[in-house]
Design a protein around this ligand. Structure first.
Ligand SMILES: NC(=O)c1ccc[n+]([C@@H]2O[C@H](COP(=O)([O-])OP(=O)(O)OC[C@H]3O[C@@H](n4cnc5c(N)ncnc54)[C@H](OP(=O)(O)O)[C@@H]3O)[C@@H](O)[C@H]2O)c1
Length: 320
């Protein structure tokens, strides 16, 4: 099969389009013919500095497609099923093997390519808002990097839950595009101090919940934007800086800082079923799967470079 691979970590230019061996199918796994790869923020971070679990390494968490092989112990899937899959690596390829448990059925009528976005992107946003954040109707939520994949998902899910939604981005243009997904107030963090703006917008109450996928120096601004008993979900390091936060700044306001890692719980019934519910919502049209741009798999390097230019609002897909 063809795959986008790399032999060493680095910038988008390390990606090469090459022939590699087809995957085999373990007894509890399925192999899919990939229809679309949803490039995750974690894929660009792994390419930049993550472990090369295979060599050459095929990066990538998420891809949708059609089941072409079924492991001998698998009773839940059959040939031809339309699924969206998650695994630790291997999405950037024509074929991928995943545990059958990590292949969710894509409902009839839901576009298979768009469905590739759902499990990690929306599942993570849901965990941040409702498990770590305990969000309820009437709360105010701050979503850092609102134009990111996880950010757009969090904006939609929070709005649907009856929250007031504030989000940050690096330009007014990016913020303007988020209004269509439920954004109430945008903060351009290049021109405004985020905590001061959150306090202004909330009559000094602060946010009940903050979703922070940027980390680094942004994380302290997230703590400082929390209201009394506010909950902060630290879920990523898109800023590629060391995490820095003054833990003492949590104490006075009885604030909570919670780490979130979807991968640690994705095999549990709770998270598996939560993600299945997101497919139902997408099929019903109550959440929008936002695709910024698609590239052929052979142009994976250009797609990664485009993401790193920070022009994308929503997901960039690769099509084998
Ligand atoms: N823990 C988990 O379970 C989990 C699950 C999913 C994702 N994540 C993590 O969450 C983060 C975001 O993922 P994603 O898929 O939403 O990412 P994405 O769609 O690629 O978006 C990342 C956004 O971060 C902002 N950003 C701020 N500083 C940046 C920098 N120095 N370089 C690049 N972008 C920067 C950019 O928006 P602006 O230009 O508007 O600032 C960019 O659009 C990643 O670190 C990912 O690994 C973690």
């Amino acid at each position: 099969m063809k795959a986008a691979v790399y032999y060493e970590n680095g910038g988008p230019e390390v990606l090469r389009y090459e022939d590699v061996a087809d995957p085999t199918c373990g007894p509890r796994n399925v192999v899919i013919k990939v229809a679309a790869v949803s490039i995750e923020g974690g894929d660009t971070l792994n390419r930049f500095g993550g472990p090369l679990v295979t060599r050459p390494h095929i990066v990538g968490y998420q891809a949708s497609g059609t089941v072409v092989q079924v492991g001998s112990e698998v009773t839940t899937h059959k040939l031809g099923d339309r699924v969206a899959t998650v695994n630790g690596w291997g999405s950037h390829a024509e074929l991928r093997e995943v545990p059958a448990r990590n292949a969710w059925a894509v409902p009839d009528g839901l576009d298979l390519a768009a469905a590739s976005i759902i499990p990690v992107t929306f599942g993570t946003a849901h965990e941040c808002l409702f498990d770590a954040g305990q969000l309820k109707a009437g709360d105010t939520v701050l979503v850092q990097a609102g134009a990111s994949g996880v950010g757009i998902a969090a904006i939609q899910l929070a709005k649907a839950a009856g929250a007031t939604v504030i989000a940050t981005a690096s330009s007014d243009d990016r913020l303007a595009k988020l209004k269509a997904y439920g954004l109430d107030h945008g903060i351009n963090y290049k021109t405004h101090a985020v905590p001061a703006e959150v306090m202004r917008l909330t009559d000094n109450k602060g946010a009940a919940v903050v979703v922070d996928s940027v980390g680094g120096s942004t994380l302290q601004g997230s703590v400082d934007s929390l209201g009394y008993r506010g909950r902060l979900a630290s879920v990523g390091a898109a800023g590629r800086e060391p995490m820095k936060v003054d833990v003492g700044s949590l104490m006075g306001g009885n604030r909570t800082l919670r780490g979130v890692f979807l991968g640690a719980e994705i095999m549990t019934d709770r998270v598996h079923d939560m993600i299945a519910g997101l497919f139902t919502q997408a099929a019903a049209g109550s959440i929008k799967l936002v695709i910024d741009k698609t590239f052929p798999l052979s142009e994976a390097a250009a797609a990664h470079a485009y993401i790193e230019s920070r022009a994308a609002v929503g997901r960039v897909l690769l099509i084998p």
